[in-house]
Design a binder for this molecule. Structure first.
Ligand SMILES: *[C@@H]1O[C@H](CO)[C@@H](O)[C@H](O)[C@H]1NC(C)=O
Ligand SMILES: *[C@@H]1O[C@H](CO)[C@@H](O)[C@H](O)[C@H]1NC(C)=O
Length: 951
C-alpha cells in the first residue's frame, strides 16, 4: 500500500469517526464541548455531570435557556483548577459564579471579554492572581462584579469605565495597585459608572491622588470603600455632591489636607476617615442625622474642643476621636444621647472632671486613656459599662492602681447563638448541635461587615436581627435551611472590619447536598441576603470546603466513563478537538444570525407595520412626540427594564409607554414574546396592549393607561383609594376572571408566573386588570406543564414549582391565594421575616369568629363591622396555597367560589363597579405609581440553581 492510500484511508477513518461523534453529541448541546474542555483538568467536578447534555440531565450548577448554557454556579464545591480560554466560547452565559473554590487559581483569560451577555461575574474567595484583564470592560451588560478576596495584582483596568450597567463593583482584599482611573483623552474611567452603587476597593495597594473628576452629582454611589490602601492627596470636594452616599471609608491611607464640606450627604450612616494625615479643623457633621458611626481618629487636626455635633446626632452609636487634638472638658451631654454605645477619645488633652451621670443605657465603653482628666464624678458609684482612664492625672495618684477605671483592659463579652428552648445534644464527629438541638453538619464561614454600625456586643438584639434575616432569606428561597447560628464577634483592629462566625444548618437531612451548599453560598456571595443597615455592606467568606455531601451519585459514573468507549485512540481526541472548533464557530455564527426581530425589521423598513392583530406599530418619532419628548415630568415609573412614560395619542387617548433603557436591550426575545402574547389576549380584566415600537434601536410597549394604580398601592394607602370589603371581593373576582381567561380561554393557554398585588391594577371603575406578561409562558398543553427557569417573586412563588421546576396553572393559583390573603390582611407576603401563609395558619381557629384572625385582619375592614364571607374567603385562599398543586382549585373554580361569596354578602357579582369618586379618600391630582416595570427584576436573576429543559 502506497503512502498516499494510507493517508486517504486515515482521512476516511477520521471522517467516519467524526460522523459518529457528531451523531453522539446532540446538536442541541453545542456548549457541551466547551464545558468539557473548560473543566477537563478540574478536580472535584460534581458527580452529577454525567452524559453529553448539560442542559437535559441534572447537571448541578448549570442552567440553560433554549439549549444554551446561560448560568454556571459552582460555589463552595472544592473545585481545583483554572479558568481557561474555553470560557469565552460559552457565549450565552449570563451568570458565572465560582466563588469559594480556594483551589481555583491562575489568571483570568482575556476571553472573558467574549461573554457579552454576562450579567453576574462572581469569583469571591478563590485564589486567582495576575492582573484583571482589560477585556473585562467589554462586559457592558454586567451588573454584579465581585472579584474580592483573591490575589489579583496590577492596576484597576481603565476599561471598567465602560461597565455602564454595573451596580456592584467589588475588588476589595486583593493586591491591586496604582491609581483609580478616571476618564480622559486616553480612555474611560470609573467616573463614568453612573449606575454603580458600590465601589468596594478596600484592602489593596491603590496609590496616588483620588481625582476630583471621580465624583459627580450624576452618580448614585451608596458605599465608597477606599480604606486600607496607599492613597494620598486630599479628599475631593466633589465627593460632597454624591448625595446618595451612605458609607464612606477613607481610613488607613495617607490622605492629607482639609476635609471638604460633606454637609449635603444627609444619608450618611458611617464616616470613617481615621488613620490619615488630615489637617485643618474637625469636619462639621451637624445635621447628618443618620450617622451611626464616626471615626476621625489618628489625624493631624487642629486642636479644638469636643464639637457640638458629637452630642446631637440622634442615632450615633460609636464615636472615635482618638488622637485628634481634642482639649478642654468633656460635656456630660455626650453620654446622654440614647443611642450612644462607645466613645473612644484616647490620646487627647481632655481635662477637668469626667461626669457620666444619667448616661444612655446602651453605653458600653468610654475610653479616655492618656488624657488629662483629674476627677471622676461617679467615682463611688456602680457603673455597668467600661471606663478607661489609665494615663490620666486621676490615675497617677498613689493607690489609684487598684481602681477599676485605671486599668487599660476592657471587660470581655462575646455572643453565640443559644439553643432555642431545647438542650444542646452531644454529637459525633463533624456534627454540631444546631440551635434547634439537632445534630447536623453545618455549612460554615465568616460574615464580615465593612462598616459596622454598632459597638455594644452585649446587646443581643443586633445578632437576633441578623439571624432572623438570614433564616428568612434562605427559607423564602425554599433552601433546605433549618437554622443559623452566629458566634465569636471580632473587630479586626488593623482594618476595622467586624466579623462573625456563621453556621448554616440543613433541614431534611443531617447534611447538605451539593446544590444546597452552592445555593446557600450564592445567597451570601451575591448579596441576595440584605442585612440590616448596621451590618451593611458585608461580605461572606467560606471556611474549608464542605466535604460530607448527602446523596452523591457514585463518582464512577462521570462523563469520562460515558465517553470512554469513544475515546479509543488519539484520533478520537483529535476529532473531539476539531469538534470543539466546529462548535465554537457554529455558535459564533448562530449568535450573529439570531435576531428575533429580523422579520419585523424588514416590515419597518418598507414602512409597513408587522402583522400583529390589534397591536399598533409606532415609530420612535411618534412616541417621542406623544410623551412630550420623554420628559421627566411624564415619568410614571422606573425599574430594571427602563422607564414608563405617560403619553397622549392624537386621539386624546392616554397611554403608558414602557421604554427599555439602552442598556437593557438584551431582552429582545422577552420583548417580542410580550408583544405577541399581549396582542393575542383580550379580556376586560387584563391590561390591553395598544401597540409597540421597535425602531431606531428602541424597544417600547404601549399599554392602555390604567389610572388608579395597583391593589398593593390601595392596600398600603399609597394611592388614596379606599378598599372596603366588598370592593376587595370584586377586585378578587375580577383578577381571578382575568387569570381564568389566560388559563382556559387564551389560545394557547398562558401561565402568568408573576401574580402579585403589584401586578393587579385598578381602572377608572376600580375594575381589576392583571398586568405584566413579561414573564409569561405559553403552556405546552401536550405535557400539561412547562419545565422552565424559575421566575417569580419571593413570597408569591409556588413551592412545588420551585422544587420541581414544573410550571402549571396551579402555580398561578398559589400566587393568587397569597394575593387573596393580602387583600384580607393588607400585609405584604413577607413582612419582617414573617410569611403570611404561615402566619395565618399559625393563628387559624375555625371555631372562632373570623377564624381567630383578628390580630392580622386589616383593621380597615374590621371597622366595617361585618365583612360578610370573610371566613369563606380565607378558606378559599388557604385552598389555593396548598402545598400540592393537585389539592388546589382551578382558577375557574376560584371565580365561582368568589362569586358565591359576593352573592352571600348580598351583592351582585356581575354588577358594574361603582364610580371612583365615592371610594377616593382624596382625589389626588398628582401621579400614581405605575407598575408596568419589573420592580422585582432583581429576583429573577437571583434564584439559585434551577434547571431548564429545552422546550
Ligand atoms: C482645660 O484645658 C483648657 C484648654 O487647654 C483650659 O483653657 C482650661 O483651663 C483647662 N481646665 C482645667 C480645669 O484645667
Ligand atoms: C439594643 O439595640 C436595639 C437596636 O438594635 C435598641 O433598640 C435597643 O434599645 C438596644 N438596647 C437594649 C438594652 O436592648
Amino acid at each position: 500500500m502506497g503512502k498516499r492510500s494510507i493517508v486517504i484511508l486515515l482521512l476516511l477513518l477520521i471522517f467516519q469517526v467524526l460522523l459518529v461523534a457528531a451523531q453522539n453529541v446532540p446538536a442541541s448541546n453545542q456548549d457541551f464541548t466547551a464545558l468539557l474542555s473548560l473543566t477537563e483538568f478540574w478536580e472535584n467536578k460534581p458527580p452529577s455531570w454525567v452524559g453529553t447534555d448539560p442542559c437535559a440531565a441534572s447537571w448541578e450548577g448549570i442552567e440553560c435557556t433554549n439549549s444554551r448554557v446561560t448560568s454556571i454556579k459552582l460555589l463552595s464545591m472544592n473545585i481545583k483548577g483554572s479558568l481557561t480560554a474555553d470560557i469565552g466560547t460559552l457565549s450565552e452565559l449570563e451568570t458565572l459564579d465560582l466563588s469559594y473554590n480556594k483551589g481555583m487559581s491562575g489568571r483570568i483569560p482575556d476571553e472573558i471579554g467574549n461573554l457579552r451577555k454576562l450579567k453576574t461575574l462572581s469569583l469571591v474567595g478563590c485564589d486567582f492572581s495576575g492582573p484583571i484583564p482589560e477585556s473585562t470592560g467589554a462586559l457592558n451588560q454586567l451588573t454584579f462584579l465581585a472579584l474580592n478576596l483573591n490575589r489579583f495584582s496590577g492596576n484597576i483596568p481603565r476599561s471598567f469605565g465602560n461597565l455602564s450597567n454595573v451596580n456592584w463593583l467589588d475588588i476589595a482584599d486583593n493586591q491591586i495597585e496604582g491609581p483609580i482611573p478616571i476618564s480622559d483623552e486616553e480612555g474611560p474611567g470609573l467616573d463614568m459608572l453612573h449606575k454603580a452603587e458600590h465601589f468596594h476597593f478596600g484592602n489593596n495597594r491603590l496609590s496616588g491622588h483620588v481625582q476630583d473628576k471621580l465624583f459627580s452629582s450624576n452618580m448614585i454611589l451608596k458605599h465608597l470603600l477606599l480604606d486600607n490602601n496607599k492613597l494620598n492627596g486630599s479628599i475631593p470636594d466633589t465627593m460632597g455632591s454624591v448625595k446618595t452616599l451612605m458609607v464612606i471609608r477613607y481610613d488607613h491611607n495617607q490622605m492629607s489636607g482639609e476635609v471638604p464640606s460633606i454637609s449635603d450627604l444627609t444619608k450618611l450612616t458611617d464616616l470613617n476617615l481615621g488613620n490619615n494625615k488630615l489637617t485643618g479643623s474637625l469636619p462639621d457633621l451637624t445635621g447628618l442625622n443618620d450617622l451611626a458611626s464616626v471615626d476621625l481618629s489618628n489625624n493631624s487636626f487642629n486642636s479644638s474642643g469636643i464639637p457640638s455635633w458629637a452630642s446631637n446626632l440622634p442615632y450615633l452609636t460609636t464615636l472615635s476621636l482618638e488622637d485628634t487634638g481634642l482639649q478642654g472638658e468633656i460635656p456630660n451631654s455626650l453620654f446622654k444621647q440614647s443611642s450612644i454605645e462607645a466613645v473612644k477619645m484616647k490620646n487627647n488633652q481632655l481635662n477637668g472632671t469626667l461626669d457620666v451621670g444619667n448616661s444612655s443605657p446602651n453605653l458600653e465603653l468610654i475610653d479616655l486613656e492618656n488624657n488629662m482628666i483629674t476627677d471622676f464624678a461617679q467615682e463611688n458609684q456602680q457603673i455597668n459599662f467600661d471606663i478607661i482612664l489609665a494615663g490620666n492625672s486621676i490615675c497617677l495618684e498613689t493607690g489609684a492602681d487598684s481602681k477599676k477605671y485605671c486599668s487599660k483592659s476592657q471587660s470581655t463579652s462575646t455572643y453565640s447563638t443559644q439553643p432555642n428552648s431545647c438542650t444542646a445534644l452531644p454529637c459525633s464527629s463533624n456534627m454540631v448541635s444546631s440551635p434547634k438541638c439537632i445534630c447536623a453538619i453545618p455549612y460554615t464561614g465568616v460574615l464580615t461587615s465593612r462598616a459596622v454600625g454598632f459597638s455594644n456586643i452585649r446587646n443581643t438584639s443586633y445578632f437576633k436581627d441578623l439571624e432572623n434575616g438570614l433564616l428568612s432569606t434562605f427559607q423564602s428561597l425554599y433552601l433546605p435551611v433549618d437554622s443559623v447560628s452566629l458566634s465569636n464577634p471580632v473587630t479586626d483592629t488593623a482594618t476595622s472590619y467586624f466579623s462573625l462566625d456563621l453556621q448554616v444548618f440543613p433541614s431534611q437531612s443531617d447534611r447538605f447536598n451539593r446544590t444546597g451548599v452552592s445555593s446557600v453560598s450564592f445567597v451570601l456571595a451575591n448579596q441576595i441576603y440584605k442585612p440590616p443597615e448596621f451590618f451593611s455592606p458585608y461580605y461572606f467568606s467560606s471556611n474549608d470546603s464542605y466535604e460530607f455531601y448527602a446523596e452523591e451519585p457514585s463518582s464512577s459514573k462521570t462523563n469520562t466513563g460515558i465517553i470512554a468507549g469513544a475515546v479509543a485512540s488519539g484520533v478520537v481526541v483529535l476529532v473531539l478537538s476539531i469538534l470543539v472548533v466546529i462548535f465554537a464557530i457554529r455558535q459564533k455564527k448562530r449568535a450573529k444570525e439570531f435576531n428575533p426581530f429580523a422579520n419585523w425589521e424588514q416590515n419597518n423598513n418598507s414602512g409597513n407595520a408587522p402583522q400583529l392583530k390589534g397591536a399598533r406599530w409606532f415609530s420612535f418619532e411618534e412616541l417621542k412626540k406623544y410623551s412630550n419628548n420623554f420628559c421627566e415630568a411624564n415619568t410614571i415609573g422606573a425599574g430594571g427594564y427602563g422607564k414608563v412614560y405617560q403619553a397622549v395619542l392624537p386621539s386624546g387617548e392616554l397611554v403608558a409607554v414602557k421604554r427599555a433603557s439602552q442598556e437593557s436591550m438584551q431582552g429582545a426575545v422577552e420583548f417580542k414574546t410580550e408583544i405577541e402574547l399581549l396582542s393575542r389576549v383580550h379580556h376586560k380584566n387584563l391590561v390591553g396592549l395598544v401597540g409597540f415600537c421597535y425602531d431606531k434601536g428602541e424597544q417600547m410597549l404601549v399599554y392602555e393607561y390604567i389610572p388608579n394604580g395597583t391593589i398593593m398601592d390601595s392596600l398600603s394607602g399609597k394611592s388614596g383609594i379606599r378598599m372596603n370589603w366588598i370592593r376587595r371581593l370584586k377586585v378578587a373576582v375580577g383578577a381571578a376572571r382575568g387569570l381564568a381567561y389566560l388559563h382556559e380561554l387564551a389560545d394557547p393557554p398562558i401561565i402568568h408566573r408573576d401574580i402579585k398585588s403589584s401586578n393587579i391594577l385598578l381602572d377608572d371603575h376600580l375594575n381589576a386588570k392583571v398586568a405584566d406578561f413579561g414573564l409569561s409562558k405559553l403552556n405546552d398543553s401536550d405535557r400539561g406543564h412547562v419545565t422552565t427557569q424559575v421566575k417569580g417573586t419571593m413570597g408569591y412563588m409556588d413551592p412545588e414549582y420551585y422544587m420541581t421546576q414544573q410550571l402549571t396553572e396551579k402555580s398561578d393559583v398559589y400566587s393568587f391565594g397569597v394575593t387573596m390573603l393580602e387583600l384580607v390582611t393588607a400585609r405584604k407576603p413577607i413582612e419582617q421575616g414573617k410569611f403570611i401563609v404561615r402566619e395565618v395558619l399559625r393563628v387559624l381557629d375555625r371555631s372562632k369568629e373570623f377564624h381567630n384572625l383578628h390580630a392580622i385582619i386589616d383593621p380597615t375592614i374590621k371597622h366595617e363591622g361585618n365583612p360578610k364571607g370573610l371566613e369563606k374567603f380565607v378558606d378559599l385562599a388557604l385552598k389555593c396555597v396548598k402545598d400540592h398543586a393537585e389539592e388546589r382549585p382551578t382558577m375557574a373554580e376560584v371565580v365561582k367560589e368568589i362569586e358565591n361569596i359576593i352573592q352571600l354578602a348580598g351583592f351582585n357579582p356581575n354588577a358594574e363597579s361603582a364610580s371612583t369618586s365615592e371610594t377616593y379618600d382624596n382625589v389626588s391630582g398628582g401621579k400614581i405609581y405605575h407598575p408596568y416595570v419589573d420592580e422585582d427584576f432583581a429576583y429573577s436573576s437571583v434564584f439559585p440553581s434551577v434547571k431548564v429543559e429545552p422546550q
